[in-house]
Design a protein around this ligand. Structure first.
Ligand code: CP
Ligand code: NVA
Length: 304
């Protein structure tokens, strides 16, 4: 058995993805009943964060503790990572001491290089290109609220960023139609679009993406690392606010997701975000915990 990594959603087969989601739902139920599952006794997760985080850090750290293991928070500020030690050397050293590593970084190639030299599974906890752990939680949330996403219509409104790229991969893995509304110049990765074929389409007006959709998602307009572009982006994304008016064009039982943190009044209205008949963002955030526990269990069971 080789070491399995999770750098994008495509690192799992469709069946594996389905079973991770089912297991996440099961782990959530077990936790609600107070039944502990501890497959990680004596195991350690290394967590490398080169960008800020609330949900990702808390969910991985709490998840590992709940499963009998522990987690180490490693920041470039106080490790040799921030002083230029090569990724390849860091990977060989860290992966001889811990049992799994999650990395939040800028360039996706950092994850790929780390994984190439790692003895243990590596998880992408967000890169500039992808955020696959968030998609595990989003898919779990849709399944819990509306059942299988297969054949559904999903609208992405906003930036063609790491989240959008991961939605494209999710459309392939879960067989849903994805309509992306983004301003010119803010499209997602071209090669991902080409690989996804005609199940993914780009439109220019948010309403054209949302019409008849079952699931509407958005994210901030300026991602981490793009702080200096904030003002330019606010202009470029004029008209891309997701609010009740826009949601009124979706199917009557459509749900709204946002990976959070949200900027109320920019990409989403405060009223929509707080409307729990439509917005499932708190369940979505909680599901990071359950989905990643299922993912870590899968990677451990399926790696040598
Ligand atoms: N959604 C998400 O990844 O949140 P954090 O940046 O707080 O981890
Ligand atoms: N696109 C956002 C997601 C944050 C969870 C970012 O990369 O900052």
């Amino acid at each position: 058995m080789a070491t399995r990594h999770f750098l994008t959603l495509l690192d799992l087969s469709k069946d594996e993805l389905k079973s991770v989601i089912e297991r996440a739902i099961e782990l959530k139920a077990l936790r609600a009943q107070g039944i502990a599952t501890e497959p990680f006794r004596d195991k350690v997760l290394g967590m490398i964060f080169e960008k800020s985080s609330t949900r990702t850090r808390v969910s991985f750290e709490a998840g590992m503790a709940q499963m009998g293991g522990s987690a180490l928070f490693l920041s470039p500020r106080d490790t040799q990572l921030g002083r230029g030690e090569p990724i390849e050397d860091s990977a060989r050293v860290i992966s001889r001491m811990v049992d799994m590593v999650m990395i939040r970084t800028f360039g996706h190639n950092v994850l790929e290089r780390f994984a190439d030299y790692s003895r243990v599974p590596v998880i992408n906890a967000l890169s500039d290109s992808y955020h696959p752990c968030q998609l595990l939680a989003d898919i779990q949330t849709f399944v819990e609220h509306r059942g299988s996403p297969e054949g559904k219509v999903v609208a992405w409104v906003g930036d063609g960023n790491n989240m959008c790229n991961s939605y494209i991969n999710a459309a392939r893995q879960c067989d849903f139609e994805l309509r992306i509304a983004c301003p010119e110049g803010y499209e997602p990765d071209e090669s991902l679009l080409a690989a996804a074929g005609n199940r993914v389409k780009i439109v220019r007006k948010p309403v054209d993406a949302v019409r008849g959709a079952d699931w509407v998602a958005t994210d901030v307009w300026a991602s981490m690392g793009q702080e200096t572009e904030q003002q330019i982006r606010i202009k470029a994304f004029e008209g891309f606010l997701v609010d009740h008016e826009l949601m009124s064009h979706a199917n009557s039982d459509a749900i709204f997701m946002h990976c959070l943190p949200a900027h109320r009044g920019e990409e989403v209205s405060g009223e929509l975000l707080e409307d729990e008949k439509i917005s499932v963002v708190w369940d979505e955030a909680e599901n990071r915990l359950h989905a990643q526990k299922a993912l870590m269990e899968f990677l451990q069971e399926n790696s040598k």
